[in-house]
Unconditional design. Structure first.
Length: 319
């Protein structure tokens, strides 16, 4: 879901809470005449701490919203706790949010296994699980997850279908190597490929999985390289995606013929991308030629545009 559309959806959800004046505020968990209290868990530490930026951005967004008066006079307080991307800690922190902080709902907690781990508990407490931070298709099953709503990521299964169709459009005889996380996140990607490849899946796909706790994925990449695949599909979190791209890039650099073909393809794909970037820079009075020389100026101008549109948020976007 596009970012703007997502935030409109968020506002819509909280407006419903803010307008729920038929019930006295005292009877609504986490909602008073002046506040809507919500909670989430985020991996601010651990193997996917890069995702912590999402939580910081959401906290900043609600801070901005509150500085503008909140929603129908109510401020939205987002309590964002670190779960280190460990499902047992997600459960522990979620229980704290519900039982100690008494939040009205859980909002945008990250992780497929993590949201799975807290779903039954939240159902037992009648706590909504809104904008689940996962693209796993199972969360769309309201019979199993009646308290959950999607909204943060595109469905993993649909993404895999798009990648497969794109690869086949470029090479109808393409073979696929897939690196995937060993959970519902990775399994959804494999299902998406099966949707497109059908009966040919077993002959066209070589898959390798990893665990979040693994230090590297070197052995998996060796296996995938030996398959002779034409397309590499990575269903991985940032650390392992970066490792696989870096290892593949190193191998391409070591092969002059592959490196030449890669550079040629990059030149072909770069032209429309550069044109798009030029259009983005026009409102700043800059061109692509300025980007390397005037990084500080670009950052300052972006900040000025951001501040004029959204208002200043201390500590969330600094010069």
């Amino acid at each position: 879901m596009p970012l703007v559309a997502r935030f409109f959806s968020v506002i819509g959800a909280f407006t419903v809470l803010a307008w729920s004046s038929a019930l006295p505020a005292a009877e609504m968990r986490g909602v008073t005449a002046t506040e809507i209290k919500i909670g989430q868990t985020m991996p601010y530490s651990g193997p996917v701490s890069a995702f912590g930026a999402l939580g910081r951005g959401e906290v900043a967004y609600f801070k901005m919203l509150n500085e503008r008066g909140g929603i129908n006079g109510r401020k939205v307080t987002l309590i964002s706790l670190d779960d280190s991307y460990a499902p047992p800690k997600t459960v522990e922190q979620t229980r704290r949010l519900v039982e100690s902080e008494e939040v009205a709902l859980i909002f945008s907690s990250i992780g497929t296994a993590h949201n799975t781990a807290i779903a039954k508990y939240l159902q037992s407490k009648n706590i909504p699980q809104l904008f689940v931070g996962s693209g796993a298709s199972k969360f769309a099953d309201i019979t199993q997850y009646p308290q959950a709503t999607l909204g943060v990521q595109g469905p993993f299964r649909y993404e895999a279908r798009l990648y497969a169709r794109h690869a086949l459009g470029k090479n109808p005889n393409a073979k696929f190597a897939v690196l995937s996380q060993n959970d519902d996140f990775g399994r959804d990607y494999l299902l998406g490929l099966k949707d497109v490849l059908g009966d040919k899946y077993d002959s066209l796909v070589t898959a390798a999985t990893y665990e979040v706790q693994d230090p590297t994925i070197d052995s998996q990449i060796v296996k995938l390289k030996a398959s002779g695949a034409d397309a590499l599909v990575i269903a991985a979190t940032p650390k392992f995606a970066a490792q696989s791209i870096r290892k593949r890039g190193t191998e391409i650099q070591a092969d002059p013929d592959k490196a030449t073909k890669m550079k040629s393809r990059m030149r072909d794909e770069k032209a429309p991308m550069m044109k798009h970037y030029e259009e983005l820079l026009k409102p700043l009075g800059l061109t692509m030629a300025d980007t390397d020389k005037k990084e500080a100026d670009i950052k300052a101008k972006c900040y000025q545009m951001y501040a004029s549109y959204y208002g200043r948020i201390e500590g969330s976007f600094s010069q």
